[in-house]
Design a binder for this molecule. Sequence first.
Ligand code: AKB
Length: 324
Amino acid sequence: MSAKILVIGANGQLGSVLTKALQNKFGLDNVIASDIQEAPNFYGLFEVLDATDRNQIQDVVSKHTITQVYHLAAILSAKGEANPLATWDINMNMLFNVLEVSRINGLDKVFFPSSIAVFGEDAPWVNTPNNAFLNPATVYGMSKAAGENWGQYYFLKYGLDVRSIRYPGVIGYQSMPGGGTTDYAVDIFHKAVLEEEFSCFLEEDTTLPMIFMDDAIRATLELMEAPKENITFRTSYNLAGSSFSPKDIVKEIRVYYPDFQVKYEPDFRQEIASRWPKSINDDEAARDWGWKPEYDLKMITGTMIEKLREHYGTRSKKSIGILL
Ligand code: AKB
């Protein structure tokens, strides 16, 4: 039987791009996108779905004879701190609903995104290993660490094939992030191309693990394609792209926009970022399913600027560089 895929959280930063990639791979009729409201100009099959309601997930799974779920809906690290108990409730209940519906309906595979937010002060900050101690300091990080263990539990107890990646901050031109601590790293490119000053909510030398959207999508598809017996981590896989700070990005952007201005106005998100790793060791992902990132900061910067110039239709006189 061919795969019938349900994407939950299809309007999000990762979900919107992953949905297109899945449509290309499995065919338009085999991917059902869902979110709490339909995105404008969405192309394909869409269901309005509130994942905190288990019956709604069950109805969509039955209606479309779903065989795989990619559950991407979550409240992220920064937004989650505004209402910790509600964040825990929503993130955990959505996951329980997905796991239970998947178990009851005998689904083939489930994808659950985790995050570098699972790490806290007691994990090594550099080259953080897959099995480092997890003591997250945000509710989002706590919900991801707990979620990883629930995924493993459903695999061990029920044989449900749950797979997971710990994403770094994702940088892409296709969509905007919302509510995360790494969001600045997308916003900064938009401001550069629009030739506006950028106000950065992190300090200039805050190095964090990041990954380009195309790498993040490829990693997800590669993990989900890998033979079941290769998956030795049933909690989640570390995933590295490239690590850099706001200052590093600004330096690369100034190759194209020498007058680009940034002011640093750190807020509560600085404290979140300060407890996250600076770089990630992803040897297990490389070993088990052949993971290898392609994009470094130079390539990310070049691609972001090229694509955002196309998007905004700007060809600034002040900017220089290979893309003009
Ligand atoms: C966030 O900043 O909360 C997310 C993440 C790293 O999981 N982008």
